[in-house]
Design a protein around this ligand. Structure first.
Ligand SMILES: [Zn+2]
Length: 362
């Protein structure tokens, strides 16, 4: 038996996700909404039928608003009743992620498993099926990477470019597992050259390695980029970046200015979480557009009541429309978000949000 089974990838589902995402990108208000309604109906039916946890706590629920919000802690404590595949148990998942060498290996023959430390201290174990991975990839390729018209023709990663990913390595974290999977499922001739480095390395050592690699694109979180930008500004680091891709933490405008000043390159932000990897992408006007054909965010107060557009929420409820294996309906994501009321000059009808840090969790 292969000790490292190939990560999940389904060509048909990938093509379908790309096709639908492209159609919704062109017409979010009409086509995107139609996909969203159909996906939500499918998610609710699947969760009610096949997830004992959802069926028990939301008897008779038919609309999203009928579902009681749920915390990550509650889902984790009832892990064995959560997924729609009854083979998925917490014991088996924890045993799988205990081996760091198995990152991105297929679990139970068909899933990608990733872990999250969680801002509230509750660790998460998230099971991704081929369909949800296809949705994240379609969003990354057709919105995040193609947001710049100069890159639209390349769409995906861009051939011939060198990438460096600096993040949490080991322990099957979402970013690392996603990068490893991509390296293994993309045919070698097309595969991007990606070097993976640990953000935990001492800063001088990390800087030395990046200096030697000279990536064109650096992918990391804002605090790590800020530390490297400090060295660059002092003349102790000489990276010649084309682009800096950021995610994993909120990016403040002043921080963006400092990063742009230090590296003199395009800074591109995105917003994702372990619950849904590609929640929002940044357009060429610097607005974060919510991918609301694939994910529903509700801005709510501390009692989980909706706050009006324009008002910063206390916390957020997330519904993942792509993942039918481990359903997430109105799961608390402890980020403060604001839905902006002004349309974006880029012309996209996808909602624009701001994300400001973490709230205390329930
Ligand atoms: Zn825009």
């Amino acid at each position: 038996m292969n000790p490292h089974p190939a990560p999940p990838f389904d060509t048909w589902q990938w093509l379908q996700a790309c096709h639908e995402t492209w159609q919704a990108t062109l017409d979010p208000a009409r086509v995107g909404r139609r996909f969203r309604r159909a996906r939500l109906a499918r998610l609710i039916a699947t969760a009610q039928r096949d997830s004992p946890l959802y069926a028990r706590r939301n008897a008779g629920a038919q609309e999203l608003s009928d579902f009681a919000p749920v915390t990550r802690a509650e889902l984790m404590h009832q892990f064995n009743d959560w997924a729609t595949d009854r083979r998925i148990t917490r014991e088996a998942a924890e045993a799988f992620v205990a081996d760091p060498d198995g990152v991105a290996d297929a679990w139970l023959g068909r899933y990608l498993l990733w872990t999250s430390l969680g801002s509230g201290g509750e660790p998460g174990l998230f099971v991704q099926d081929a369909a949800s991975l296809a949705a994240y990839e379609a969003l990354d390729a057709l919105r995040l990477r193609a947001a710049d018209p100069a890159q639209a023709a390349l769409g995906l990663w861009g051939l011939g470019r060198r990438f460096a990913y600096v993040g949490a390595i080991g322990g099957h974290r979402a970013g690392h597992a996603s990068i490893e999977r991509l390296r293994r499922v993309v045919p070698a001739a097309w595969a991007p050259q990606v070097d993976v480095l640990s953000a935990r390395e001492p800063l001088p050592l990390l800087a030395e390695r990046l200096q030697a690699l000279q990536p064109g694109v650096l992918i990391t979180h804002p605090s790590c980029a800020a530390a490297l930008a400090g060295l660059q500004a002092q003349g102790e680091l000489h990276l010649r970046l084309d682009e800096l891709w950021l995610g994993g933490e909120p990016l403040m405008p002043a921080q963006r200015e400092r990063l742009h000043g230090a590296f003199g390159c395009t800074v591109r932000n995105s917003y994702g979480s372990s619950e849904f990897r590609s929640i929002a992408y940044e357009c060429r006007h610097g607005s974060l557009h919510l991918n609301d054909d694939w994910v529903i965010l509700e801005a709510v107060d501390e009692h989980w009541r909706a706050v009006p557009p324009g008002v910063l929420s206390h916390t957020t409820l997330l519904t993942n429309l792509a993942n039918l294996t481990q359903p997430l309906l109105r799961c608390e994501l402890p980020d403060r978000v604001r839905f902006l009321t002004e349309p974006c000059p880029c012309g996209s009808a996808l909602p624009v949000i701001e994300v400001q840090g973490r709230a205390t969790t329930h």
